[in-house]
Design a protein around this ligand. Structure first.
Ligand SMILES: [Zn+2]
Length: 472
């Protein structure tokens, strides 16, 4: 045999061997649909809010431990954050999992609004998020084991995504520093794998302290903390004319005094600044602080502020994204059973939409430039490691996140089916990354180019400790 033919045959057999092993792993994952569905359903029933996810975390840790993952619990100062690892050495591939529920959204798995009797509900599908990610990590572990591939697969248990910025603390603690690629997903109302987009943000509570006095009898003795808040708001609202386009500034007055006849000695305003780039957010926020300082000076009050949150925008990685999209296409969508269809029709009616299952059964078209609406703490991870994501139809088409309809569908087999599409796509992507180091290399080249040579990670929420009691 000629040398080139021989090499070609060797390469081909290696590829075929890998493909075969991948298929085996994915088949095994498929066979475990019911078991993973049950885990997700338990977490759905626990419906634990940010930093309170003890039962959910215990269940996920148990599941990973049974598959020989080593658990490092309570990382980065958060009792419900953990890292589960299998294998050793490079490359290190990480899968992110979330599991926090939202307050006030308790809902049964039925097609009409009815509370489940709890204080919270999985209206963002994070019970599926955590479970599918654990399933993907376990499948990748099976692949490493079956093929004798070297490297490390990790599952990151990320608490308090909803307003708690859990991943920012994980990033700040350096827990992603040795990772080569991060895989994640999010529940949704269709199947797709766009680059994704998110706004960078900084949020803080500004507190003004004045002097109380009788508002009619001795107003000259008083200094109104509410005046401080109002003066700050006035200045910030004027500032809107002089900030880059697409800046978002929003606030609520969380404390404005108790009675009109008492000069308020305390007032508080809660602000968000957002933009598509971190540097603009930093600048706008600094100017907001100046406005607060000026307001205090002018009203004879004092001011201090507490950082509440802060996340980076998403840094897309198109090299990885293309791989994820191709894999999602290969995995494909799913079809409803007649019962699921009936449930979906009812949900669609409650949303005043017609049921369109095109992107449940299929995959939505690749959108290279999605628009950013909200913010996510995955942003910080994406500036530390090349990060890739997808979303799948765990909710009925047309369902917005944070709605009772999302809780309801997430508690049914529709949620499980959507979750398994994500688990398989992530597992396949992870296996590919172990098989094809050249993809990782290209992803890093793109990452470093986009991030810029002199990039330095700045945690936008500063050095504050995790607000472990923010949902108490
Ligand atoms: Zn979410």
């Amino acid at each position: 045999m000629k040398k080139t033919t021989f090499l070609f045959t060797c390469l081909l057999s290696t590829i075929l061997f890998a493909q075969n092993k991948q298929e085996q792993v994915l088949e095994q994952l498929d066979q475990n649909t019911q078991a993973y569905g049950e885990i997700a359903h338990k977490i759905w029933s626990f419906a634990e809010m940010g930093y309170q996810e003890e039962q959910s975390v215990a269940l996920l840790q148990k599941t990973l431990k049974e598959e020989d993952f080593t658990i490092e619990a309570g990382v980065a100062g958060m009792p419900t954050a953990f890292v589960a690892s299998y294998g050793s050495g490079k490359p290190v591939i990480a899968v992110l999992g979330e599991y926090d529920a939202l307050p006030g959204l308790s809902q049964k798995a039925v097609a009409h609004k009815e509370s489940n009797g709890g204080v919270a509900g999985h209206a963002c599908g994070h019970h599926l998020f955590g479970t599918a990610s654990a399933a993907a990590a376990i499948s990748i572990k099976h692949y490493l084991e079956n093929t004798g591939t070297s490297g490390t697969i990790r599952f990151y248990g990320c608490p308090a995504e909803e307003g708690g910025s859990g991943k920012v603390y994980l990033t700040r603690a350096g827990l992603f520093d040795d990772v080569d690629a991060v895989i994640n997903w999010h529940p949704g109302n269709s199947n797709g794998a766009d680059p994704g987009a998110a706004l960078a943000n900084k949020s803080a509570k500004f507190r003004f302290h004045g002097i109380a006095a009788h508002a009619a009898g001795a107003p000259e003795k008083g200094r109104s903390a509410l005046d401080g808040v109002e003066a700050m708001n006035y200045m910030v609202n004027m500032m809107r004319e002089h900030v880059p386009e697409d800046t978002r500034i929003h606030y609520v007055i969380t404390e404005g005094g108790k009675a009109p006849n008492v000069v308020p000695d305390f007032a508080e305003v809660y602000y968000y600044a957002r933009h598509t780039t971190r540097d603009v957010v930093i600048d706008v926020f600094d100017r907001m602080v100046k406005a607060a300082e000026g307001a205090a000076l002018g009203t004879g009050t004092t001011m201090d502020y507490e950082m509440i949150g802060g996340t980076h925008e998403l840094l897309p990685n198109l090299t990885l994204q293309k791989l994820m999209y191709d894999n999602l296409k290969e995995v494909g969508g799913y079809t409803y059973t007649p019962e699921e269809r009936e449930f979906a029709e009812e949900i669609a009616t409650s949303l005043n939409t017609d049921l369109d299952v095109k992107n449940v059964e299929g995959i939505s078209e690749y959108n290279p430039i999605p628009e950013a609406g909200g913010s996510t703490d995955v942003g910080d991870v994406s500036f530390t490691v090349p990060t890739v994501g997808l979303y799948t139809a765990t909710w009925v088409p047309g369902t917005p996140a944070h709605s009772w309809q999302a809780v309801a569908a997430g508690g049914t087999s529709i949620g499980t089916k959507g979750m398994m599409v994500a688990a398989k796509t992530m597992a396949k992507t992870g296996m590919d990354l172990f098989d094809q180091p050249e993809i990782l290399k290209a992803a890093w080249t793109e990452f470093e180019e986009k991030r810029g040579e002199d990039f330095e990670y700045i945690p936008l929420l500063g050095d504050r400790e995790p607000a472990l009691d923010y949902r108490n």
